[in-house]
Design a protein around this ligand. Structure first.
Ligand SMILES: CC(C)(COP(=O)(O)OP(=O)(O)OC[C@H]1O[C@@H](n2cnc3c(N)ncnc32)[C@H](O)[C@@H]1OP(=O)(O)O)[C@@H](O)C(=O)NCCC(=O)NCCS
Length: 193
């Protein structure tokens, strides 16, 4: 099927894979709460096997959305992102309407997505909370540690501090494994004592 393309002002939405700028997409995802720790290799494999929507200002990619789908019964929408400097001017809504209007995504029995706080965006396109959440199951494999909070550790010389960190990952607050953060000699053990 030929690439799906829409124009508005100086902006273009296109599903052409060759046009996607993986640098820009990786940069978006490195700032997204749900994709922390996603490697470049995983990002590229996910793009290869998905229906992807790039949003461009001239030649520069400034938005992205990815749909995992069989183009017949089901679609999972994810990685929806607009560059910070282009937000608040209707581009996210335009991208969403392009996704929902794509000819290969018509008549599907079900769409799903997960979001921490953008329900109000998706509700404008017919989305609603799960009707029967008790029927849904998942396998969730949290990614490896994506960051640490070190301030308390640095304040406590001499202590090998064990801290837990909490991060938003894939739309949930996930408590990640404890980390050994900081190791300094105790004052009474310094040289000469
Ligand atoms: C969410 C996002 C794609 C919206 O893009 P945008 O171009 O700024 O949005 P628009 O200007 O088209 O307007 C968004 C609409 O959704 C509403 N909305 C609801 N929740 C929102 C949220 N969490 N963030 C932004 N808009 C939200 C806005 O109020 C606005 O509706 P209105 O015009 O009726 O007031 C963009 O803010 C973004 O990339 N955020 C970071 C990544 C993210 O959270 N993606 C969604 C993950 S599920």
């Amino acid at each position: 099927m030929p690439a799906y393309e829409l124009q508005r002002g100086g902006f273009t939405i296109s599903t052409q894979k060759a046009r996607l700028q993986s640098e820009a997409i990786a940069a978006f995802l490195s700032r997204a709460y749900w994709a922390q720790g996603r490697t470049r290799e995983v990002i590229e494999r996910s793009i290869e096997h998905s229906l992807c929507f790039g949003l461009y200002a001239g030649d520069r990619q400034i938005g992205f959305a990815r749909v995992v789908t069989d183009c017949a019964t089901f679609a999972y929408l994810c990685d929806v992102f607009i560059d910070e400097s282009y937000r608040g001017q209707g581009l996210g809504k335009w991208l969403m309407s392009a996704v929902m209007d794509h000819p290969d995504l018509q008549g599907l029995r079900r769409w799903t997505l997960a979001t921490r706080d953008a329900h109000g965006l998706y509700m404008q396109f017919g989305w609603a909370e799960l009707r029967d959440p008790e029927k849904w199951m998942e396998i969730y494999n949290p990614p490896p540690r994506v960051g640490v909070r070190s301030r308390d550790a640095l304040r406590t010389p001499g202590v090998m501090t064990v801290q837990e960190s909490c991060f938003g990952v894939e739309g949930q607050n996930v408590r990640l494994a404890s980390q050994i953060m900081c190791r300094r000699p105790l004052p009474e053990l310094r040289a000469g004592t």
